[in-house]
Write a protein that binds this ligand. Structure first.
Ligand SMILES: Cc1ncc(COP(=O)(O)O)c(C=O)c1O
Length: 397
């Protein structure tokens, strides 16, 4: 007996291995500073928790419509459309168990085996996994480092686009923490329109910003009819474990995604959806969350600035920093970034993911990067942990 051969193509989030290594190190009695987690160690706002408890007490515990309960679809259409300056109707919204399922359902609905899909690399690893799993052709596109962060290599996308059916775009990017300039976003939209591409706009971090305003590529002319927005409650409301999100999609696509819901999970928990309605009705709890994350960002950026051999732009959004550690690795005598990460854990307790957790490195990459997530660690611990990292690197140079 054998497992299905398509499983050979299924990827995963290899970052979970970092959690395991950190947990093992902690279990041996060592202090760990967890910068590897994309999770949030802050509580879901009270009004949301209470709404869920009420919904359970009211018996909202049975099956409900596959596309989501009407009140939540209506609230999401108004909220997502309003924040993006787009007209969305409840029929465009298909509720999901988190943002992640939108990725697989986008690929299942809109991409045939053998067709090309452009996706960011470094990027969220589930893009590559799902593209390959469904037999599509992976077309990873690269970023280049700039003085203020990272920029998409538009020439590469232009070169690859004729072979693509779909493009995955993650503005407010994990792991890079970067966002497109208006020109870059328009260029991506122009390419999508010219080559008639479907677009998945992963907007998991749309609301996670400390300055400026988020813009959705779906709101640019000619884009709404070809774009599926991935929306999630996970980050904005510290609801990662609740599993609530949605796809906002053109009507025919939304209907097909709802049909997949019926085949797949039947529906998202009714009581969790009621909590989602409350979150959108009174989102004030997320302000405190953003304030705390900004304190952490500033603590992390401030500490990194003092570490020899590490350089990093300070993003206005997400909760990630993606420092260039090429020189720090030379100072500490490493040429393999995974070995550098293991040594950092053992020498200082600082645990982090590396560039390798976000897609296979592309030809020509000669710089080394790591990712610090500051959503799961307090500001004092950030300063203490990164202080130890700095001392270790400084002591070897
Ligand atoms: C870029 C990106 N997209 C999607 C997701 C999935 O979010 P969710 O937890 O809502 O499924 C994540 C989670 O970290 C993410 O970083």
């Amino acid at each position: 007996m054998a497992l299905a051969t398509r499983l050979d193509r299924l990827g995963t989030e290899t970052a979970f291995a970092v959690s395991l290594a950190a947990a093992e190190w902690a279990a041996q009695g060592n202090r760990v500073y967890p910068f590897h987690l994309g999770d949030i160690n802050l509580a879901t706002p009270e009004n949301i928790v209470e709404a869920m408890n009420r919904a359970i007490a009211d018996g909202k515990t049975g099956y409900c419509p596959a596309a989501g309960v009407p009140a939540l679809r209506a609230a999401l259409a108004e909220n997502i459309g309003g924040d993006r300056g787009m007209e969305l109707h409840p029929e465009n919204i298909v509720v999901q168990t988190g943002g992640k399922p939108v990725i697989t359902k986008f690929v299942q609905t809109l991409v045939n085996p053998g067709e090309g899909v452009l996706f960011p690399n470094p990027g969220y690893p589930i893009y590559e996994s799902q593209v390959e799993y469904y037999g599509a052709t992976p077309l990873p596109y690269r970023y280049t480092e700039t003085p203020t962060g990272f920029a998409i290599d538009l020439d590469q996308i232009r070169e690859l686009a004729p072979n693509a059916t779909a493009l995955i775009y993650n503005n407010l990017q994990n792991p890079l923490g970067c966002e497109s300039s208006a020109e870059e976003m328009q260029a991506i939209a122009d390419i999508a329109i010219e080559h008639d591409l479907w677009v998945l706009s992963d907007e998991a971090y749309f609301e996670m910003r400390y300055a400026g305003e988020s813009v959705s590529i779906a709101s640019l002319p000619g884009m709404a009819e070809r774009t599926v927005i991935l929306y999630t409650f996970s980050k904005k409301f510290a609801m990662t474990g609740w599993r609530l999100g949605c796809a906002a999609a053109p009507l025919d696509v939304a209907q097909m995604i709802a049909k997949i819901n019926t085949n797949d999970e039947s529906c998202t928990n009714h009581f969790v959806q009621e909590a989602g309605v409350e979150a959108l009705r009174d989102p004030s709890g997320s302000d405190a969350l953003l304030t705390e994350l900004q304190v952490r960002r500033d603590a992390a950026a401030g500490a990194i600035a003092t570490i020899p051999g590490i350089t990093c732009a300070t993003p206005d959004s997400t909760f990630y920093l993606f420092p260039n550690v090429t020189e720090a690795m030379q100072l500490t005598g490493f040429d393999d970034v995974s070995e550098f990460a293991t040594a950092a854990l053992h020498e200082t307790g600082v645990s982090f993911c590396t560039r390798r957790h976000f897609g296979r490195p592309l030809p020509g990459e000669d710089q080394q990067y790591i990712r610090f997530a500051y959503s799961g660690i307090s500001a004092p611990d950030i300063s203490e942990g990164l202080g130890k990292l700095g001392d270790w690197i400084g002591s070897t140079s």
